[in-house]
Write a protein that binds this ligand. Structure first.
Ligand code: GDP
Ligand code: K
Ligand code: MG
Length: 280
């Protein structure tokens, strides 16, 4: 019997708790962690030859360190290192929900996407080529109707497939455009011969967050001997980004994420209002 630790990550109201309850039955219990007010539930159940431990994390729109929920979820992912994340995405509010997905991709967490509220998408008359999006980002996407339990076995099958390495695809990296990519590259060079393995975060993610001005990540690397050079490079690149793009680095990264999402949806999602426009 194999044991897989899976974390549910998604926006508030995307259907995480519904999915959690339907998948785990009545075996969940409420736990409080580390004195924070936000909490998460843990449930264990069997799927095929596996024991799955599922954690229902607090809802969050982003993985910056601004709100207790954001901090909690990011720290959970870094410290607990779940085997897999199920990113629960509300199909009726795709653009906003996928922002968190891009951040999870930056973090390099192995994940499967539950395209939840699929019933609402179908009722809306929109068509969404989610398999094309899946190919684009290299992440399995499974339609679900969590409140009725639909799609959950298929979702868990994908979790197991990915856990067992049967899905050979590499998760795509978000392209940030020439200016930001150059800044990331220069930052990455500052980490040459610096051991960051203990941080359990990809170097690219670390550099992006430092450029964004993330205080928690700053503190994490505050003990490095090369910290002064790294911060100097960061400060210089932030000024450079603002000069070239006429927006601060944090907005530039956020806008690039939305740009990526917009481009991906343009190719895969036909909303009903657009169908009308085209046939008129
Ligand atoms: P959470 O905040 O992510 O934990 O979301 P919840 O599981 O609490 O769900 C939020 C609301 O959406 C509840 O009213 C659910 O009944 C409803 N809901 C959950 N999944 C689905 C779904 O697949 N389709 C529809 N139409 N509603 C859903
Ligand atoms: K709803
Ligand atoms: Mg919930």
């Amino acid at each position: 019997h194999r044991f897989i630790r899976v974390a549910l990550v998604g926006n508030p109201n995307s259907g995480k708790t519904s999915l959690f309850n339907l998948a785990s039955g009545a075996h969940e219990h409420v736990g409080n962690y580390g004195g924070v007010t936000v909490d998460s539930k843990i449930g264990r159940f069997y799927h095929k030859d596996y024991t799955i431990e599922l954690v229902d994390l607090p809802g969050t729109y982003s993985l910056s360190a601004y709100t207790p929920e954001e901090r909690y979820v990011r720290n959970y992912l870094v410290k607990e290192q779940p085997d897999m994340v199920i990113n629960v995405v509300g199909a009726s509010v795709l653009e906003r929900n996928l922002y968190l997905t891009t951040e999870l991709m930056d973090m390099g967490v192995p994940m499967v996407i539950a395209l939840n509220m699929y019933d609402e998408l179908e009722q809306s008359g929109s068509t969404f080529d989610y398999l094309a999006l899946s190919r684009m980002i290299g992440i399995p996407i499974v339609p679900t109707v969590a409140k009725r339990g639909q799609g959950i076995p298929e979702l868990l099958d994908e979790v197991i497939k990915k856990y067992e390495g049967e899905d050979k695809r590499e998760q795509a990296r978000i392209p940030y455009g020439r200016v930001l990519e150059r800044a990331i590259e220069l930052m990455e060079r500052e980490f040459t011969n610096v051991d960051i393995s203990w941080l359990h975060l990809p170097l690219r993610y670390l550099c992006i967050k430092l450029l964004e001005g993330d205080k928690e990540i700053e503190e994490m690397i505050g003990g490095l001997s090369k910290r002064d050079e790294i911060f100097a490079c960061r400060d210089k690149e932030r000024v450079y980004i603002e000069k070239l793009l006429r927006e601060d680095a944090e907005s530039a990264f956020a806008n690039a994420r939305y740009g990526f999402i917009e481009g991906a949806l343009k190719e895969t999602l036909i909303e009903k209002s657009n169908i009308h426009n085209k046939t008129r």
